[in-house]
Write a protein that binds this ligand. Sequence first.
Ligand code: SAH
Length: 382
Amino acid sequence: MSEFCKAPPGSLAVSSESLPILPTAVPVPAQPLRALLDTAESELLAWLATIGEKKFRAGQIRRWMISRRIQAFDQMTDLSAVLRQQLTEHFSFSSLQTVRHQVAADRTEKLLLRLHDGELVECVLMRDPGRRTVCVSTQVGCAMGCVFCASGLLGVKRDLTAAEIFEQVLVLHRLMEDDEKITNVVVMGIGEPLANYRNLMQALDMLCSDDGFGLGARRITVSTVGLPMQIREFARCGRQFNLAVSLHAPNDELRTQIVPVNKGTGLQEIIAAADDYFEITGRRVSYEYVLLAGVNDQPHHAEELSRLLRGRNCHVNLIPMNGVTELVMTAPGEPRTHQFCELLKDRGIPATVRKRKGADIDAACGQLRLNRTATDAASKDE
Ligand code: SAH
């Protein structure tokens, strides 16, 4: 790992000069009121019973919560004023607070959000003609440790709840104009979504619900480092979500250097699980491949990758690395990127280079959180 890092060999991935070491035990303040979206249906029903309200109110309240139209309990106009007041006293409507809002020249918008316990996550709204894509996080930090990724530099703190995942979409939706509509969701923010499987699935359910955004599963893409067991579970969930697998290398030796969790799994097992995903859902799997100059971007890597994926109905998404301040790795130049893509296509593997969005803001996944965490830690030290 150290060879990819500006930190001296043997130290953490983050340069100790630029990032003060965080205290190990960060006190987590209790959430004053529980987010209603995170309250189990049975609990909500029990609470309604204690205040003498009818059962059907639970469905009414839930529909309002995921409806994207309101921002406070008081706007639930078909509930009595008393019930709205009781909801306000017992639950929090939203658990996310915007700490930073960046708007890029191409109108990509990125938010840094604070959770009830002070932790930070990022989400992004991307605009293309006829398409509005939101990208959400699923964990605070990441345990996968991919050497080019800002999200994992400080490890993982905790999973996001289903409400925290879903609410990112609600918050981004509020940034949009009246005539804009979310068309796609990509689960490609901070964290490993399949390591937080249950909450992810609950959040996706809310997104697909007719009471929510009513998004078709085919509009939603979940990106994973490649956890075979969870990929198979995802395949059997009965929905046609898109699966993207982060490959980044055509052989295990190189992949284990770039994606350390590969050590316990291996490419063959991951690709076999992805094949099962295609078999069961009929959805073509995409493979993401972050191009790192001088590391995995040579013509022989493209050839090896084409051999690895040959005969599969798949697609390779080439992503020139977004710069991360703390890391030495960079993206290859345009000619090398183009050559890599052409080599794959010549060998029958459909491939495209991902368009860079929001290049003038801190678009690398996890960079905003990393910067902010470092600043907060520095100010605590003062
Ligand atoms: N843990 C999941 C999802 C998180 S990131 C996964 O590994 O797929 C979504 C995609 O962004 C992944 O393919 C990840 O490898 C890529 N990514 C992370 N950091 C990047 C960077 N600095 N530049 C380009 N792509 C990056």
